[in-house]
Design a protein around this ligand. Sequence first.
Ligand code: PEP
Ligand code: MG
Length: 580
Amino acid sequence: MTFSCIGIGITQKIAVGFGHVLQRRKLETAPRFIEPSQVPDEVDRFRLAVSEAVRSLRKIRQRVAESARSDILAFIDTHLLMLDDSALIEVPVEHIRARQCAAEWALQLQREALAEVFSEFDDPYLRTRMDDVDHLVNHIQKILQQQEEPNQDDPRGRIAIAQDLSPAELIVLHHQGIAGFVTESGGPMSHTAILARSLGIPAVVGVRNATQGLHQGEQLIVDGRQGVLLATSDNAIMAHYRQLIEESRKHTLSLRGLIGQATVTQDGARITLMANIELPEDLAATRSLDADGVGLYRTEYLFMNRPKPPDEEEQFATYRQVVEKLEGIPITIRTLDLGADKPAGTDNQNDRGCSNPALGLRAIRLCLKIPQLFRPQLRAILRTSALGPVKIMIPMISTLQEVRQLKAMVEEAKRSLLRDGLAFDPGVEIGGMIEVPAAALAADAFARELDFLSIGTNDLIQYTLAIDRIDDEVNYLYDPLHPAVLRLIKMVIDAGQTRGIPVGMCGEMAADPRYIPLLVGLGLRQFSVQPGSLLEAKWVLRSIAAQPLMEQVSRLMPQIAEQDTVETLMDLCNPPRFHH
Ligand code: PEP
Ligand code: MG
């Protein structure tokens, strides 16, 4: 029997493995009252459930201890500490005794009381701590209701099935060794999808009712190339997919011949090809693939899966290690881009109290609003700039005011470092990400105030076309070839040329072989892509000639508003096919 579901493939990879269902539905808890004589047993039942939760967390901690980063362990430790906290454990016992109610209801009452307290915090970071409480409350409720807790099974080598996964959760699952994953929601440009590509995890998202329709232990095939999920026991189908996995392995191997070769087009145009990194693990690949540098270091991952943000010393230690491992090749460190689908801490929902997080307090907006969060990062990056070629990049700029405020904060951080006798590069370059249409339209003004620009197409497309990049309902509208998007990209490249500053692209569009020739034709000469896409991008870049592409694109761009022009443009900029 074979059962197939269609979704959206987010990595060009295939995995086979047994299903591992991660349920995250809220448990229904209705008021239930008990006889006075039942109270002592009910208290015992509650305490037993808490001990069971502690025991299972310790087991998970032990399992991940060898491979996980210290921040992931810190995340588990926070939950263990909370299970020792009287606010979560003793108050429900008091409710059981005073109200003569069931343990589930007593716990629920305390959850509501805590939610009210947390919602009053001004600090968004503190507000997100409520998710830790929810996570633990759900865990204890499940034990109380004698529900299965599938998370406790070892997910190693399995296909995780979830309603949704935050980037933070994916990191934990990656450390636990999942082979692939399937989610009910999510889009190809969500940060979870980008992270999955970067980690090389085969995945399909947007598979409706996956957590209901698929079963624990079922044999699954995740085909990220076709966006298909198969539940099958058919040996011939399994053999076919195993063969595809083998072919893909050979393809990756054949590309390795390009390592060490220059990224130059057929007609001699030199292209800078850099890597995007998220986790320290990506560094080894960046070095071994011989990238020209790191064009985007997403620092926010350092702030996830932990109860408190890292302080200046911890950030400096991490950035220092990254720069040292790069051995002199340049790195662009992007300042914190928290918010929207990348909340701080262990949260996996959007920030509470904000109706539209993608348009809210995100990235540079959040950093300027919370200087106590931002200052330590600026000081840490500046200190790292004394150790190697480091640039600073600001995400999601939309006004010149933000650039000026940022620069003032950098100057203030430099003065404080001077006072403390700490070294930094006084001429450290500051660039901005162009990801908001307003910034693209005013790229000329930004180019005057910044040392370089980098086009973040993941967000630029989302904001230009008004589609939430994590909403699977509107994903079909996500189109890098929309004439409006192409015009904005061209405006940014032209602004850089006019002002004499470099313009790169670090959004996913830069890594897609279908778009690379067109981008070269638009004048782009700096690409930053995930390590896993770097060699394929190099292969395409080395196979094309820049000058004829530039001529064709500049001839067609004035008529680009018409759809058939986009098609002609794509035909002319057809990527070469790889033969292996
Ligand atoms: C982008 O928006 O294109 C980008 C590179 O940033 P992120 O994906 O981290 O939002
Ligand atoms: Mg972005």
